[in-house]
Design a protein around this ligand. Structure first.
Ligand code: NAX
Length: 332
């Protein structure tokens, strides 16, 4: 682990940002001996509000906290960055120029526009081994746009599906009564959207195949899939706002998983550029089982079995990602 690390966070004044920032500098994410310098990015109308969270970070007294700077210019902020957590984006339902943004296509275009510049800035100014995690939705396609404009293949671009994996692990733990720490190898295939496929035939519950332990196909195919795929909406309905603490936790988990070697027999979940593995067309940001090597490289874990049911599910999420890519084809 490096002694000092520069971390850029966009959307830093948002609700995920509020839950995320203290955990980035508490010593948990990068280890207690690494000083974390934060570069917080917000839109110009909001950037002054960052002074509030900066005061709170100082008041936490974390010994890992280095410098904290607020920016509204992503090109300035991206200089020398080791990690970029791209949380900022425009949520569905917001009104822009008198039009309420409800359609996924409109959302794709607006956020796609944001990620072209963010990609360029990171590609030109961040470190050559920078890791980038896109949280802002539609995360996979935003990551594809950003990565395309970064034009810097030695950097690693990911889209966050760790929250979905954690949601799936929690449901398996509740169903089987096994401790959540014993639920391993939880793969979220595909898009961070309701078409994602959480795979219980390759996950383990206390060392045994999770689907075998559960032994209830109708629960897996109906209840479990529905709960995990629709969890984000269920939280919005219940709390009147989208997941923030658990989303921030997913980002912290991804940072830790992508910074430390993956233990044998386990994986972590994130969207990454598809290279044809598992029959997924090249050139999509696709949720895969990943491992971090001892050299710090992130690789797709190969050789897992997919049954016909899983292949059907993968085809659905592949089609959705292809449609999203088509909708923003002039941006990539
Ligand atoms: P908020 O609306 O609370 O915060 C978003 C912040 O981003 C705002 O402060 C806004 O000013 C800022 N922002 C917008 N455009 C920006 C830009 N160009 N540069 C810098 N900052 C910009 O949303 P929050 O609840 O924090 O959610 C953020 C994003 O995470 C949303 O897109 C949301 O859909 C997405 N999520 C993704 C999840 C995942 O698992 N990948 C799960 C949780 C969450 O739904």
């Amino acid at each position: 682990m490096k002694n000092e690390i520069n971390v850029l966070v966009t959307g830093a004044a948002g609700q995920i940002g509020y839950a995320l920032l203290p955990r980035l500098v508490s010593g948990e994410a990068f280890g207690p001996n690494t000083t974390v310098n934060l570069k917080l990015v917000e839109v110009p109308q909001v950037v002054d509000k960052l002074q509030g969270i900066i005061m709170e970070l100082e008041d936490c007294g974390f010994s890992s906290l280095g410098t904290v700077e607020a920016y509204s210019d992503i090109f300035e902020a991206a200089h020398n960055v080791d990690w970029a957590l791209l949380v900022g984006s425009i949520p569905r339902g917001i009104t822009i120029n008198g039009k309420k943004i409800e359609e996924r296509g409109d959302l794709l275009r607006i956020n796609g526009g944001i990620f072209t510049d963010q990609g360029k800035a990171i590609g030109e100014n961040a470190k050559s081994d920078a890791k980038v995690l896109v949280v802002g939705n539609p995360a996979n396609t935003n990551a594809l746009i950003g990565m395309t404009h970064a034009k810097n293949p030695s950097q690693t671009w990911m889209a966050m599906t760790a929250l979905d994996a954690n949601r799936a692990k929690a449901q398996v733990s509740i169903k089987t009564g096994k401790a959540i720490s014993k639920i391993k190898n939880m793969i979220i295939w595909g898009n961070h959207s309701p078409t994602m496929y959480p795979d219980l035939d390759n996950a383990y519950a206390d060392g045994e195949i999770a689907s075998t332990v559960i032994n209830d196909d109708s629960w897996i195919e109906e209840d479990f899939l529905e709960i995990v795929q629709q969890r984000g909406k269920a939280i919005i309905d219940a709390r009147g706002a989208s997941s923030a603490a658990s989303a921030a936790n997913g980002a912290i988990d991804t940072v830790k998983q992508a910074s430390n070697p993956t233990e044998e027999g386990n994986c972590f979940s994130a969207g990454i550029l598809s290279d044809g593995s598992y029959g997924v067309p090249e050139g999509l940001i696709f949720g895969y089982p990943l491992k971090t090597t001892r050299e710090g490289k992130i690789e797709i874990i190969q050789g897992l079995e997919l049954n016909n049911y899983a292949k059907q599910k993968l085809n659905i999420t592949i089609s959705e990602l292809q449609e999203e890519k088509e909708a923003v084809k002039d941006l990539i």
